[in-house]
Design a protein around this ligand. Structure first.
Ligand code: NAI
Length: 395
């Protein structure tokens, strides 16, 4: 099959196996260019392990610290006439690279919110690893079926209290235009917290603990975002922000249950991922942010962020450095006052006419295509490629 990008709004419906492999290899190469982790975890469970921050959280301990990893995700394998999803091909490549280095890697494709997959993963940990000493929770999902009541909840990205009007970017058409997003209803807020809050994270930790597969000093981490005031109405003070507040409350509860210093929330940088490209306003902010951070030599992608998270906080042998609210902050470079001041000035000026000049829209588009394995050096996109690629999660 010849595989080309097919972009529909903010998603690409195709993915390239060799391109995804090249993208994963770039991330592995970056980790190997860094000093090995001083005190890496030994056995890591990553929930949401196939793309974005979760994939990076699998690559860093594996290739920076020879950790054994189990990954859970929700992806589509390829068929003879349809490409698989990028996360599937990323996993195929990750497992092949791990095998070449004699590293244990096992993957499970299914609904992380279900009780069944928790049970399946627990059995695999008990059988293959004994116990895990780090659990990374990096899910981004539009819906969740709660195993307790069987109801399906939908998350939404809306402001709370009042409608919000702001510039946004149609990344497909390179157009900047104003968008008004109506305020969420109480039910939409509750549903978003159900999906993107910490309830399922706690269920995972309780299930792992009661099955006896958590190591005595096991730690767990989940990811959050804060960002600048200009995106507060749609993010931090919106429905997703409410869910992230719940995630922090979950971390506090997990620390009570499993001992202080066992559960963390890390506030990460805004980056191009499949999840962030679906948020209104944020892709325009990211395009302006990339320009400024690159100008200052401070730009990081998922792998650089997560390598710094492990090297500076999780794998030092000491407790992580926390902010006043008990969170790890690897968004510190994004939030530097000089970066934010420059982004705000550019924000006021940006329009469809000057987008390519004052923002790094080109960088945004390049990164977006890379998420699906397109535009990687050394990949022959004119050559036929096999879409069916097996990994330990299936064929
Ligand atoms: P992503 O879309 O790249 O990855 C999401 C992962 O969740 C994938 O592995 C996917 O297969 C998995 N997944 C989704 N639904 C699932 C289900 N039902 N069962 C099993 N797996 C499922 O997203 P990204 O951006 O890496 O987000 C991960 C976390 O990082 C989220 O909590 C997000 O809020 C947070 N974050 C993201 C930032 C960004 O700018 N992208 C910034 C700061 C935090």
């Amino acid at each position: 099959m010849l595989i080309q990008p097919k972009i529909r709004g903010f998603i690409c419906t195709t993915a390239h196996p060799e391109g995804c492999a090249a993208h994963v290899q770039q991330q592995i190469d970056f980790v190997k260019s860094r000093p090995p982790l001083a005190h890496p975890p030994e056995n890591v469970l990553v929930i949401g392990a196939s793309t974005g921050y979760g994939l990076a959280s699998r690559i860093v301990p594996a290739f920076g610290g020879r950790a054994r990893t189990i990954g859970v995700f929700f992806e589509k394998p390829g068929t003879e006439n349809k490409t698989g999803s990028a996360g599937w091909y990323n996993t195929v490549a990750f497992e092949a690279a791990a095998a070449r280095e004699g590293l244990y890697a096992r993957s499970f494709n299914g609904d992380a919110f279900s009780a069944e997959i928790k049970q399946t993963v627990i059995e695999a940990i008990a059988r293959d690893l004994g116990k895990v000493d780090l659990v990374v929770y990096s899910l981004a999902s539009p819906r969740r079926t709660d195993p307790a009541d069987g109801q399906t909840y939908q998350s939404c990205l809306k402001p709370i209290g009042a409608a919000y009007t702001q510039k946004t970017l149609n990344t497909d058409k390179a157009e900047v235009y104003p968008i008004t997003i109506e305020a969420a209803s109480e039910e939409e807020i509750r549903h978003t917290v159900k999906v993107m809050g910490g309830e399922d994270w706690e269920l995972w930790m309780d299930a792992l603990a009661s099955a006896g597969v958590l190591a005595p000093a096991a730690r767990t981490i989940a990811y959050s975002y804060i960002g600048p005031e200009l995106t507060f109405p749609i993010y931090t003070n919106g429905t997703i922000g409410r869910a992230k507040e719940h995630l922090e409350e979950s971390a506090a509860r997990l620390n009570q249950r499993f001992g202080s210093g066992s559960a963390f929330v890390s506030v990460n940088k805004a980056l191009v991922t499949q999840a962030s490209s679906a948020i209104p306003v944020v892709p325009l902010y990211i395009s302006l942010l990339y320009k400024e951070m690159k100008r200052h030599g401070l730009h990081e992608g998922c792998i650089e962020q997560i390598e710094r998270l492990f090297a500076s906080h999780l794998a030092t042998g000491n407790p992580p450095l926390l902010d006043a609210k008990g969170r790890i902050r690897i968004d510190d470079w994004e939030m530097r006052p000089e970066i934010q001041a420059a982004v705000q000035t550019a924000w006021d000026e940006v329009n469809s006419g000057n987008l390519r000049e004052i923002s790094d829209f080109e960088g945004y588009q390049t990164e977006f295509l890379k998420l699906f394995g397109f535009g990687l050096p050394g990949v022959d996109y004119a050559a036929e490629t096999e879409p069916v690629r097996p990994c330990s999660a299936g064929a």
